[in-house]
Design a protein around this ligand. Structure first.
Ligand SMILES: Nc1nc2c(ncn2[C@@H]2O[C@H](COP(=O)(O)OP(=O)(O)OP(=O)(O)O)[C@@H](O)[C@H]2O)c(=O)[nH]1
Ligand SMILES: [Mg+2]
Length: 258
């Protein structure tokens, strides 16, 4: 499974910086609030933890509301998307800072590609952190000053081994695992199953690939569909919401506050 070296380095760095932070802002993807907790949240035990269900523009609104209700039983949480006014996050962070006048240091954590750096940029009103469509964009830790709030952007982290096929499939569907890195075909087919259930598609993965590849003109030299290119394009498009708004984690009762 995809686990580039910068992730283990990032975990070591996060541990080092923990002493210097008061609050952890965990960014989850609203489409998969459970799968996007697939990292060592125990790193943050003893700290004040806030949650943001991000990319809510790509999730099913009814489920987002259910998730907010569930998570708020144990932790402060809001939903967010890049088109919403950033004041929502600023107010949220400030309402949990210990003393209004003192400096608050907030570490932003989450799996790859959930929008951590985009949030930092929105809050600061400047493009201070690099963002991008692929997971693994942020490589080092970076402090961003916002008056008396200091924010620490961190690279996306993940468990080093993802044993659970469903979790891996959901992370693929939301773009937290690069499709090119998935070698296990059963993860791809599981992801397709989850996706096909949302759209009520009645085709096998092979049929779907064939048809989509032809439509898009992804044809190799011999005149046959380029399955690799088609597959990569499909999963990228799904993760960017081009097929619609879906929530893959539906069982809110599985939420457990660690
Ligand atoms: N639709 C949608 N896309 C978003 C939102 N927030 C961020 N994105 C997009 O998601 C992609 C990843 O954003 P980043 O901010 O780089 O994510 P990150 O969590 O910092 O990623 P890593 O540094 O790789 O861990 C970019 O293409 C963003 O434009 C959102 O609310 N809605
Ligand atoms: Mg980043």
């Amino acid at each position: 499974m995809w686990y580039p070296g910068h992730i283990s380095k990032a975990k070591r760095k996060i541990k080092e910086f923990l002493k210097a932070v008061d609050t952890i802002l965990i960014i989850l993807d609203a489409r998969a609030p459970l799968a996007t907790t697939a990292f060592e949240r125990e790193l943050f035990s003893g700290k004040k933890v806030l949650y943001i269900l991000n990319k809510s523009d790509l999730a099913d609104e009814n489920y987002t509301n259910l998730w907010i209700k569930k998570i708020s039983e144990t932790s402060p949480v809001i939903s967010f998307s890049k088109d919403e006014p950033v004041n929502k996050i600023k107010k949220f962070i400030k309402s949990f800072s210990k003393e209004k006048l003192k400096e608050t240091r907030v570490l932003i954590a989450g799996v790859p590609n959930v929008g951590k750096s985009s949030i930092i940029n929105k809050i600061s009103g400047r493009k201070l952190a690099k963002t991008g469509m692929a997971p693994g964009i942020t490589r080092g830790l970076q402090w961003i000053n916002l008056g008396n709030v200091k924010l620490l952007d961190t690279p996306g982290i993940l468990y080093s081994k993802l044993f659970n096929k469903d979790i891996a499939a959901k992370l693929l569907l939301i773009g937290s695992l690069p499709v090119e890195s998935i070698e296990k075909y059963d993860i791809i087919t599981r992801a397709y199953e989850l996706f096909k259930d949302e759209l009520n598609i009645n085709k096998s993965f092979e049929e779907f690939l064939e048809e989509y590849g032809k439509q898009r003109g992804f044809i190799s030299k011999g005149g046959i569909v380029d399955f690799e290119r088609t597959k990569n394009n499909i999963f990228k498009s799904i993760s960017e919401g081009k097929f619609g708004r879906f929530t893959y984690d539906k069982e809110v009762n599985l939420w457990m506050q660690k």
